[in-house]
Design a protein around this ligand. Structure first.
Ligand code: K2U
Ligand code: ZN
Length: 172
């Protein structure tokens, strides 16, 4: 297991759609293990493979609160097959867009089809924070960041701030 570096803009990978996984093999399971270790270390409640530089359609989540039992989830090739009309607003952040938080409105419940770590097809409904998180992570597999839902001026201001900070960290 390894804690992997989380990429940030201007890395172009973040804007590219991830490739579908053809076979859920040992390599994918090792990647998922690294993703969980990286997510818990960040700390975060979700992570997509592209955020550790692997443009594969793989996401992990654990929205359990500190006083709850961990609920690690790994979804391979996740796709939304149904979304409720009811919407929910949540102040989102992103490990690839550090220190930026803003409100995003998303469907309050979604049904997601995916492969589990045994390669078995599954379909599951997500609600509340799980719904927000799974949509945020599936967006990553489509090359979409939560700031893409904001106005152009705000998005460009946020991106400028993140890129400046990344350059300063590189020069340090
Ligand atoms: O994908 C990521 O970058 C991890 C995200 C997942 C997430 C974002 C917004 C809303 C729900 C999940 C977060 O950075 S994990 C950190 C976090 C934790 C709780 C609430 C918001 C952000
Ligand atoms: Zn994110």
């Amino acid at each position: 297991m390894a804690i992997r570096k989380i990429i940030t803009p201007p890395n172009p990978l973040l804007k590219k759609p991830s490739l579908l996984v053809e076979e859920v093999d040992g390599r994918i399971r090792a990647l998922v293990n690294d993703m969980f270790e990286t997510m818990y270390d960040a700390p975060g409640i979700g992570l997509a493979a592209v955020q550790v530089g692997e443009p594969l359609s793989v996401i992990v989540m654990d929205t359990a609160k500190e006083d709850e039992e961990p609920r690690p989830r790994a979804l391979i090739n996740p796709r939304i097959v149904w979304a409720a009309e009811e919407e929910r607003e949540y102040e989102e952040g992103c490990l690839s867009v550090p220190d930026i938080y803003d409100k995003v409105v998303r469907p309050a419940r979604v049904k997601v089809r995916y492969l589990d770590l045994d390669g078995q097809p599954r379909e599951e409904e997500f609600a509340d924070m799980d719904a927000t998180c799974v949509q945020h992570e599936i967006d990553h597999t489509k090359g979409i960041l939560f700031i893409d839902y904001l106005g152009r001026l705000k998005r460009e201001r946020y991106l400028k701030k993140v890129i400046k900070k990344a350059k300063q960290a590189q020069e340090a």
